[in-house]
Design a protein around this ligand. Sequence first.
Ligand code: SAM
Length: 229
Amino acid sequence: MPLLPRRFERLKAVLDRRMGDLTVLLENVEKPHNLSAILRSCDAVGVLEAHAVSLANRLPTFNDTALGSQKWVALQRHADSPTMIEALQQRGFRVYGTHLGVEAVDYRRCDFTGPTAFLLGAEKWGLSAAAAAAVDQAIFIPMRGMVQSLNVSVAAATLLFEALRQREAAGLVPERGEGLAADQYQRLLFEWAYPQVADWCRGEGRPYPTLGEQGEILEDLPRNVKLRC
Ligand code: SAM
């Protein structure tokens, strides 16, 4: 079925608001419903991509809780936590580790308007010592009840929406694609609009075709590829 102009407008409207400088790093968060809920919150806030390391290299899995958000928020996988944290730091992100250590500060005292990555730990164990040692700042969400911690997906949502709130207050939330590099925006738009054609192009090692105003492909593709549009 051809891409409907309304669908194309919707894809652009979402990409227009994506933020390449806000993300989550997940250390051994294993339960599918938690991973799913975290990616759904990322999508809701406008996070471009998330990052994860998994126990014994297990593949992250999702369930219905995600409502398909894993299609819209790419999960980049890393070999181990120090490597993941360093990769983000080298890209200019300030990495906030979530734990209750003595050096941790109330998250409401932090400025999340710059490039920000929230590191969240495993459901049972929290952050590893190696990961906690590598972060730029430890933060916590104050707890007033009998139970000492939040569910990891609730903690992720709390922090992401605080970052969004701060950015909105500072007038820093992208509305017209300024949260992404121009080439990244065009690449993602094509992949979101035509995932199967994008797969074919990658397999062939050729650039994605140009799109017209209404999302139509401005190039004559082989018939069997056209059928995938
Ligand atoms: N027993 C574990 C511990 O001591 O860290 C509890 C892990 S908690 C269920 C899973 C993850 O959720 C934590 O690693 C952290 O990333 C996040 N989290 C839970 N409660 C939090 C809070 N109050 N502040 C910040 N992060 C929290």
